[in-house]
Design a binder for this molecule. Sequence first.
Ligand code: ASP
Length: 304
Amino acid sequence: MSAIIGTWKMCYDGLCAGHALLAGGASAGDAVVRTVTAVEDDPAYTSVGYGGLPASDGRVLLDAAFMDGHTLRLGGVMGVENVRNPIQAARLLCGRETNCLLCGRGAEQFAVEAGLKMRDMRTENAMRRWREAVQQEAGRLTAYRGHDTVCVLALDGEGRMAAGTSTSGLFMKAPGRVGDSPIVGSGFYCDERYGAAAATGLGEDIMRGCLSYEIVSRMRAGVSPADACAGALAALVERKRSLGEDAGSISLIALSPSGAYGAATTLPVFPFAAGGADGVALYAARADGSPIRAVTVAELEGEP
Ligand code: ASP
């Protein structure tokens, strides 16, 4: 039994390719990297990879991570500018005993030496949006909450699990800012004995609850992926509310070792894609807790 799940509508095409790989006997890790690579390569998706949203200084600074649920090893890159597929660098770093998380220049140098493709990740569209934002904010730049991370969790026929994330982080972020996406336990976690989880939304909030580790811990205690996502989210939201803060923007996915999946969100609609024995479909989770159901692309018009 293989299964795969990814965040946002943008992962759908890549996830279909990842799902096909799994059906052909590929590993969970290969399916994750295939799916994320497709999103990174498509400039239509403006919060991941090529064409990602720039930081306040106009640079596109990308974060990605990969975790192997069998070995619990992980790899990640932070703030890379010219690496065409940050997820591929993260995967190559996964398995190293030391130096598995690299940032900035060191991460770029690693990618070059590993023979990965490099490219200028800025598109005309991204730079136009950056120029407009700079003009609008007239020198008082604050992080605009335009973001979204592609997070993918997979289970293969051997029972192996893997997780991957990739993002440009917050639009107009401070150069050097890192969110939850490459941070183990917050943006992602995967232990194939209990399951995998990942998060998208405002990283500064997600990290406060180490939400991905929290979800997998709940699954270890026997809770379903759906209830683990809902419980972990509710606990953080309750704590934020007790501090006088609103729920914020947080969406979560999880996958169990048996291929069951779950999701939870603080948003009115959180689209995600999932594929198992019956093929791949788009779904929507909602903050009102209404049951997750399959949706069409048309129903998700305007959603990332
Ligand atoms: N979690 C990402 C970050 O904070 C952004 C997102 O997923 O929306 O960088």
